[in-house]
Design a binder for this molecule. Structure first.
Ligand SMILES: *Cc1c(COP(=O)(O)O)cnc(C)c1O
Length: 389
């Protein structure tokens, strides 16, 4: 039987082994594991890649988000507008910072935070008090918008930036799935105040473990991120700020420095596979009634961290694909506004219908660069067989 795993990191490792092993060995020989020359070099390379002035390597994508919130001094009494259709860390870090997540619905085509929904929320539920945007129900200060560039496609940033400027809000980009993604010629992570990237192994640029990055253009904000990354100590052991240990490992930075050079090639492979799927699904008669392929919107460079289709009878299809050796995943089955831990926010089923429908209908298919055409063909044929039978 043909098998097509959702992701095969061993195939990628085979390509980079010769380049990456000597660097790992060099770091081991040096026994210099914390904030060394590889961190400095990777931060500079990654910031340049993202079109941002500054890069601050951190311990994970989750910590990048938490650090961004801390650097913007967002905490108790504050609220942050974000998407509920995302990985848990987006809302989780807002709550961990002590602030309140405000979930607004997504655009059903892009799956990203809808600027119209954000604007409607602001119009209906806020007022301005002493120059600050205040939630009329909770009395909390709304401080930031945290759009997510889901699956590798940019959120619609221009209208979000306009809203942010009009209301004095910061923008924290959750770019965990979106390194190299572009919005009308601009790389994500360089558009808002802080960009947050993840190098979790399944992301387009994956470390050998956990790692992440914050990007910023403002030098003062970059400096705050840097200082908060090391417990807020500057100079060491003198603390004007309370930070944490959010450092990226030297070993991970060394690996990422090597892997970054391969990233464009891998991204092109994902884009090529996405185009193959688009054409192959379109060529199956009648399939359009059951399956909708993802839309890369005009002006976007979609990097396809995930290729996500909307399908009828999703869970049955997923089961059928698993029985036939095809790995898939649901990103994400429960939108954050309906997670048990966010029950205190008071959302009900039906409040954010586009997010709830997406959670029921979406399925991620294998799209990694090393897939063969035979494997892609097999995925398409197996799906066609499911709906034919
Ligand atoms: C992966 C991911 C994160 C978290 O990154 P980690 O490195 O796993 O902590 C945050 N947000 C989104 C949208 C992600 O996909």
């Amino acid at each position: 039987m043909t098998t097509v795993p959702l992701l095969d990191l061993k195939a990628q490792y085979a390509q980079i082994r010769a380049a990456v092993m000597p660097v790992i060995e060099e770091v081991c020989e040096s026994q210099y594991f914390i904030l060394g020359k590889h961190v400095t070099a990777f931060e500079a390379d990654a910031a340049r890649y993202c079109g941002a002035q500054h890069g601050i390597g951190v311990s994970s994508g989750t910590d990048a988000l938490l650090l961004a919130l801390m650097a913007l001094d967002i905490g108790p009494g504050d609220e942050v507008i974000t998407s509920p259709f995302t990985f848990f860390a987006t809302g989780g870090t807002i709550a961990r910072a002590g602030a309140r997540p405000l979930y607004c619905d997504i655009d059903p085509v892009s799956f990203n935070l809808s600027p119209a929904a954000v604007e409607a929320f602001i119009d209906a539920h806020t007022r301005v008090r002493g120059g600050v945007l205040v939630n009329r129900v909770t009395g909390g200060r709304i401080r930031a918008i945290m759009p997510v560039h889901l699956y590798g496609q940019s959120a619609d940033m221009d209208p979000l930036l306009r809203l942010a400027r009009a209301h004095g809000l910061a923008i924290i980009e959750d770019a965990a799935q979106a390194i190299g993604t572009e919005y009308h010629g601009r790389r994500v992570g360089s558009i808002g105040d802080v960009g947050c990237f993840s190098f979790f192994p399944s992301k387009n640029l994956g470390a050998f473990g956990d790692a992440g990055l914050c990007t910023a253009n403002d030098p003062e904000l970059a400096e705050r991120l840097k200082v908060l990354r090391v417990h807020g100590g500057k100079p060491k052991y003198y603390h004007a700020l309370i930070g944490g240990n959010f450092r990226i490992d030297e070993l991970q930075a060394a690996v990422l420095e090597v892997k970054l050079k391969f990233l464009d090639g891998w991204t092109e492979g994902r884009q090529r596979n996405a185009r193959f799927y688009d054409a192959a699904f379109a060529a199956v008669p009648g399939l359009g009634a059951h399956l909708r392929t993802p839309r890369a919107l005009p002006g976007m460079r979609h990097i396809f961290n995930q290729y996500v289709v909307r399908v009828a009878r999703r869970d049955e299809l997923r089961q059928f694909l698993a029985e036939n050796g095809v790995g898939t995943e649901i990103y994400y089955p429960v939108p954050l506004h309906l997670q048990e831990c966010f029950g205190y926010l008071g959302y009900r089923v039906g409040d954010l219908p586009h997010s709830e429908l997406a959670a029921r209908e979406t399925l991620a298919l294998p799209v990694y660069a090393e897939l063969t055409e035979a494997q892609l063909r097999y995925v398409v044929d197996t799906i066609a067989r499911f709906y034919a039978g």
